[in-house]
Design a protein around this ligand. Sequence first.
Ligand code: 5GP
Length: 291
Amino acid sequence: MGAPPQLTPEERAKALAKAKLSRQERAALKVRIKSTELTIPQIFEIATTDEAIAKMRVLELIESIPGMGKVRAKAVMERLNISLTRRIQGLGRHQIESLIQEFATPSGKEKGKLLVLSGPGGVGKSTVAKALKVSSPFYVSVSATTRLPRFNEVEGIDYHFYSHDQFSEAISRGDFLEWAEFAGNRYGTPRKAVEDALRDGKNVLLEIEISGAKQVKEKMQEALLVFLEPPTWEELVSRLEGRGTDSAERRAARLALAQEEMAAASFFDKVVINTEVEKVVATLIEFASAH
Ligand code: 5GP
C-alpha cells in the first residue's frame, strides 16, 4: 500500500463534507426502507447511480427492513452466504437475486413450513420421513453424504452420495443449509431445493441428526424442530443391534452416540414418541398446519 494522499485543508474539508452527506443520505434511505416505501429491487436500482447508497453495507440495509433487526439480518446473510461486511456495490448477481427473492412481497402464495425431524440414530426417523412423503404433499429433502450406499439405497432417492472432495467443494460453495459429521461421515442438506420448495408454498421435512437441527434453527428461527424418541431405551438398543446393514463396530459407535443424543430433547419445539409410524406422521402434519 502506498502512503496516504496528502490533502490540503480545503480538500480535507471537502472530503469530510462529502462523507457527512453520504451518511445523511444513507440514514434517509433507511427511514424509507423502514416505512416500506422502498423495496429491495428499488434500492439496488438506486445504488447503480448513487455512490453513497452503493457503498452502504448490506447488513445495514437488511437490518432496516421492518421485522428484521440485527440477529435476523445476520442469520439471513449467513444463510445466503453473503459476507457480513459486504457493501451493496460488492454483491454478485446471484447474491442480488437471492436477496430480491428473500424479501419479495408474497405473490398471494404463503411460504411453506420447515419441519426438522431429529432424534437419536436408530429411532426410526427415515421410516417416518418415507411414510410422510407417501401420504402428504411434503417435500422431503434428500441429503448429501460421504457414507457409502447401503445395499438397498438408491442415488438421488435415499441420498446424494458424494466423495469427500465433492462434499468439501459443496461446503465451500455454500451449497448446504447445514451439515454435520456423524459416526465418521459427513451429511448435509442441499440448500437450494429446500428454499425453492418453501418459496413455492410447500411444506418441507428435513430428517437430520441433532447438531444439524440446531444449525437450522439458528439460521431459520421459523423452523419447527421435532424430536423423535423411542418408546423405550431398550427398543432403541434392539433396533441398533438388529441393523444388519451396519458392521458390529459401527453399531457400537452409533449406540454410544445415541446415548448422548437422547439428552438433547429439551432444545426442540416438540417431542414425539415413536409408537406407531402413522401416528407420528399424523402428528407432524397437524403440527405444521397448526403453526
Ligand atoms: P444414516 O447413515 O443412518 O442414513 O444417517 C445417520 C444420521 O445422519 C441420521 O441421524 C440421519 O438423520 C442423519 N442425517 C441424514 N441426512 C442428514 C443431513 O443432511 N444433515 C445432518 N445434519 N444429518 C443428516
